[in-house]
Design a protein around this ligand. Structure first.
Ligand code: C2E
Ligand code: MG
Ligand code: MG
Length: 683
C-alpha cells in the first residue's frame, strides 16, 4: 500500500478522534471518529481553531499550561471537557503532539481524542458542572430548585417554614465597567464567600447568574426567624470590597418570600422573591422587601379582571342604557343620560358599579369612555332618523378629560356626525374630577365648550369644591347628588342642602337638575324648592335605546307636579332678606345709629333686578302678579336713594317722616312676590 493511502485508511479506521491543525492551530483535517465524537462534520471543522469545542469550563490558566507543555515538551496529555454540537458536555482524554518539519520547526499538531464521558470520575465532574456555577462553585439554578423542592416537602412534613431570599447587587455594574470582567468576577467570588460565611450549613446559597444570588433558609419555626439572617446578609454584603487596589461599595437588594404563607411551587417561589427584590430596588436599594402573597393575589385577580373587561369591549359586550331627564314643571322630556352596562355572557347585565371601579384611572377607562361616546353619537343619529332629537348627557371620567388630546378627539367625533348639534351634548364630570387639577381641567373644558358642548357637575354636593373653584368652572348645569334628593322628604338637613344647591345655582346663573328622584312626591317637593328638572326612578329607570322613543311619546306629567312650582330662578327668601336689610340699615342711619350711609345696590343690579330682566320677563311677563312688581321695585330703590342723599341728612325730620313709606313699599313688594308664587302654585 502506498504511504498516502495508508495514512488515509488509518485516519478512516481509527476509533479515536483525530484532529490535525497547522502551526497556527487551524484545523486542516479530522477523521470520521472525530465527527462522531463531537457532532461536527469534516467541512464544519476544517479551517477553524479547535477552541470552538471548549465548554467554557476550564480556566485560561489551564489552557496556558496546555500550550506551555506543547511548546516545551512537544506534547500534552490530559482530560478536556468539551461541548458536543447538540449542547451536551463530553469528557475526552486527549493527547496532542507537535509534528516538526525537516528543520525541526513545528508544522502540525495532531490531537487524539477518546471519549471518557461515561467513566465515573468524569461523571462526577460533569455532574458538578451541571449543578454548580463555574465561577463561584455555588449551586446553580438547577440545584437550587432541586433543593427547594426537597425543602418544601420537608416543610410540609415537619410543619416548618422556609424563606427564599433573592439577592441582586446594587452598584455592581460600575465595577465591571471600570475594571473589566475579570475584576467583576473577583468581586462576585468575594460575595459568594461572604454569603457562605453568614449562612448555616443547612441553608443553600446559589448563584443564578450575573450578580443575582438566592439564599434558601430552610428550617424556620416562624416567619420572624429569618429577619436576623437577612439583616446580617445586608450588612455583611455592604462592607467595602477591595478589588485591584480599589475600594468599592456594593450593597444588596433582597426580596424574600416565605413558604407556606406563599404556598407555591419552587419555580414560583423564586419568581415571587424576585418580584419582591424588584420592589426593594424601587424602594431605594440596600434593603429587603417581603413578598405580599395577598397583595399579589389581588393584583393578579385585578389584572385578570382588566383583561376580561378589555376582551368584553372587543367582543361588543357593552351596552348603553338611557335615562330620561324631564322638566317637571312644563312636563316635557329635556334629554337623557347615557349610562353604560355590561351584558356579561355568564353574569347577565352588570351595572357600572361592578366594573368601573376596577378600571378607574386606568387607560382602559379612557377606552371605555371613548366607546360610550361613539356609541352615544351613533345612537343619536339612529334616533334622529326616526324623528327623535334628544339632548344627551355623557359621563366623562377624570382620566379621559385629562388626556391631552381629548378636545381634538371630541372635535373629530363631532365632525363625523354633522347632523348632531354639539349644543345637544352635555358632558357630566364629577365635582372631584374637575377640581383635582383645576388648571388642566379648565383648559380642556374650555376647549370643549369652544366646540359647542356643555358641561354639568355630577354628584354635586358630595365633593369639596370651594366657591372660588366653583365660580371659575364654566359648567352650565349642577346635578344635585341623589343621596340628598333621596332622603329630602324624611331628612330636613338633606332638604336644606337641596335648597341651598338650588339657590347656589340660581345665584351663579347655572341650571340645576336633581338626580335620584325616586317618587312623584319627591318631584313635587323639588318644584317647591325651585328645582324644575329631574331624573330618577320616579320618572323612568335607565332603559335600552329601543325603548326610549315610545317612552318619550307616552310620557305625561304626574298630577302632583302640576300642583305648581316656585318662581323659577328666583331665590325668594334671599330677595326678601336683601330688601328688608336695606330698610333696616336706612332706618339705623337716619336715627344716627350708624355714622355712614349704607350701600344699597341699584334696581338693575340687586338680585331681584337681575332676575326680573333676565328670566322673569321671559317666563312670567304675561302674569298680572308679575306686572305689578316692577313699579314697586322701582319705587323702593328710588325712595331708598332719596333718603340717603345729603339733602336728607340736612333735614333729618323730613326724611324720618318718609321712612314708613319705605317700609310699606318693601312690604308691598314682598307681598306681591309671594302672590306671584301662590298664583304659580295653584294651577
Ligand atoms: P351618575 O352619572 O350619577 O348616574 C346616575 C346613577 O344613578 C345611575 O346609576 C342611575 O341608574 C342611578 N339612578 C338614577 N335614578 C335613580 C333613582 O331614582 N334611584 C337610585 N337609587 N338610583 C338612580 P348607574 O347607571 O349604576 O351608574 C352609576 C355611575 O357610574 C354613574 O353615576 C356614573 O358616575 C358612572 N357611569 C355610568 N355610565 C358611565 C359611562 O358611560 N362613563 C363613565 N365614565 N361613567 C359612567
Ligand atoms: Mg352622570
Ligand atoms: Mg350622579
Amino acid at each position: 500500500m502506498d504511504p498516502q493511502r495508508l495514512i488515509t485508511s488509518l485516519l478512516a479506521h481509527t476509533h479515536e478522534g483525530i484532529v490535525i491543525t497547522d502551526a497556527g492551530a487551524m484545523i486542516v483535517e479530522v477523521n470520521r471518529a472525530f465527527s462522531e465524537l463531537t457532532g461536527y462534520s469534516r467541512t464544519e471543522a476544517i479551517g477553524r481553531n479547535p477552541r470552538f469545542l471548549q465548554a467554557g469550563h476550564h480556566s485560561p490558566e489551564f489552557y496556558a499550561h496546555l500550550w506551555g507543555a506543547l511548546l516545551e515538551q512537544g506534547y500534552w496529555r490530559g482530560e478536556l471537557l468539551n461541548r458536543h454540537k447538540d449542547g451536551r458536555m463530553i469528557a475526552d482524554r486527549v493527547t496532542i503532539s507537535a509534528v516538526p518539519d525537516d528543520n525541526g520547526v513545528t508544522a502540525y499538531y495532531v490531537g487524539l481524542f477518546s471519549d471518557i464521558t461515561h467513566s465515573s470520575e468524569s461523571r462526577r465532574q460533569l455532574q458538578q458542572m451541571a449543578y454548580h456555577d463555574a465561577l463561584t462553585g455555588l449551586p446553580n439554578r438547577l440545584l437550587l430548585l432541586d433543593r427547594l423542592q426537597s425543602a418544601i416537602a420537608r416543610a410540609d412534613r415537619e410543619n416548618i417554614m422556609l424563606a427564599v431570599c433573592y439577592l441582586d447587587l446594587d452598584g455592581f455594574k460600575p465595577v465591571n465597567d471600570l475594571l473589566g470582567h475579570a475584576a467583576g468576577d473577583q468581586l462576585l467570588i468575594m460575595v459568594a464567600e461572604r454569603l457562605r460565611h453568614c449562612t448555616r450549613e443547612s441553608d443553600t446559597v446559589a448563584r443564578l447568574g450575573g450578580d443575582e444570588f438566592v439564599v434558601l433558609l430552610s428550617s424556620l419555626n416562624q416567619a420572624e426567624e429569618c429577619e436576623p439572617t437577612i439583616h446580617r446578609l445586608l450588612s455583611v454584603l455592604a462592607a467595602p470590597y477591595r478589588v485591584h487596589e480599589q475600594s468599592f461599595d456594593v450593597t444588596a437588594s433582597i426580596g424574600v418570600t416565605l413558604y407556606p404563607l406563599d404556598g407555591c411551587d419552587a419555580d414560583t417561589l423564586v419568581r415571587h422573591a424576585d418580584q419582591a427584590m424588584y420592589l426593594a430596588k424601587q424602594a431605594g436599594r440596600n434593603r429587603y422587601v417581603l413578598f405580599d402573597a395577598d397583595q399579589d393575589r389581588q393584583l393578579r385577580a385585578r389584572r385578570q379582571q382588566l383583561s376580561r373587561i378589555e376582551a368584553g369591549l372587543t367582543a361588543h359586550e357593552f351596552r348603553l342604557y338611557f335615562q330620561p331627564k324631564v322638566d317637571l314643571y312644563r312636563g316635557v322630556v329635556i334629554g337623557a343620560e347615557a349610562l353604560v352596562r355590561w351584558q356579561h355572557p355568564e353574569q347577565g347585565l352588570l351595572p357600572p358599579s361592578e366594573f368601573l371601579p376596577l378600571i378607574e384611572g386606568h387607560l382602559l377607562m379612557v377606552k371605555l369612555d371613548h366607546w360610550v361616546f361613539t356609541e352615544a353619537l351613533e345612537q343619536m343619529d339612529r334616533w334622529q332618523a326616526q324623528g327623535l332629537s334628544l339632548a344627551i348627557s355623557i359621563n366623562v371620567s377624570a382620566a379621559t378629560l385629562q388626556q391631552a388630546n381629548f378636545p381634538d378627539w371630541l372635535a373629530e367625533q363631532l365632525a363625523e356626525h354633522p347632523h348632531i348639534p354639539p349644543q345637544s351634548i352635555e358632558l357630566e364630570i364629577l365635582e372631584t374630577t374637575a377640581l383635582d387639577d383645576l388648571q388642566r381641567a379648565l383648559q380642556a373644558i374650555e376647549q370643549c365648550i369652544q366646540l359647542g358642548v356643555g358641561f354639568a357637575l355630577d354628584d354635586f354636593g358630595t365633593g369639596y369644591s370651594s366657591l372660588t373653584y366653583f365660580r371659575r368652572l364654566p359648567v352650565r348645569t349642577l346635578k344635585i347628588d341623589q343621596s340628598f334628593v333621596r332622603d329630602m322628604l324624611i331628612d330636613t338637613e338633606d332638604m336644606t342642602i337641596v335648597e341651598v344647591v338650588v339657590n347656589l345655582a340660581q345665584t351663579f346663573q347655572r341650571a340645576v337638575i336633581a338626580e335620584g328622584m325616586e317618587t312623584a312626591l319627591h318631584g313635587a317637593a323639588l318644584l317647591r324648592l325651585g328645582c324644575h328638572c329631574a331624573q330618577g326612578y320616579g320618572i323612568a329607570r335607565p332603559m335600552p335605546p329601543e325603548a326610549l322613543p315610545d317612552w318619550v311619546k307616552t310620557f305625561t306629567r304626574h298630577p302632583l307636579w302640576s300642583a305648581g312650582a316656585a318662581i323659577e330662578g328666583l331665590p325668594l327668601l334671599n330677595v326678601e332678606a336683601e330688601h328688608r336689610t336695606w330698610v333696616r340699615q336706612v332706618d339705623d342711619f337716619l336715627h344716627g345709629a350708624c355714622p355712614q350711609a349704607p350701600f344699597v345696590s341699584d334696581e338693575q343690579t340687586c338680585r331681584f333686578g337681575r332676575w326680573y330682566i333676565q328670566q322673569g320677563l321671559l317666563r312670567y311677563g304675561h302674569l298680572a302678579a308679575f306686572q305689578t312688581l316692577e313699579p314697586l321695585h322701582h319705587q323702593f330703590h328710588e325712595l331708598a336713594r332719596e333718603l340717603m342723599e345729603p339733602q336728607a341728612r340736612m333735614d333729618v325730620d323730613a326724611a324720618l317722616a318718609r321712612l314708613p313709606e319705605l317700609y310699606t313699599t318693601c312690604d308691598l313688594l314682598i307681598e306681591q312676590l309671594y302672590r306671584l308664587q301662590r298664583e304659580l302654585l295653584t294651577p
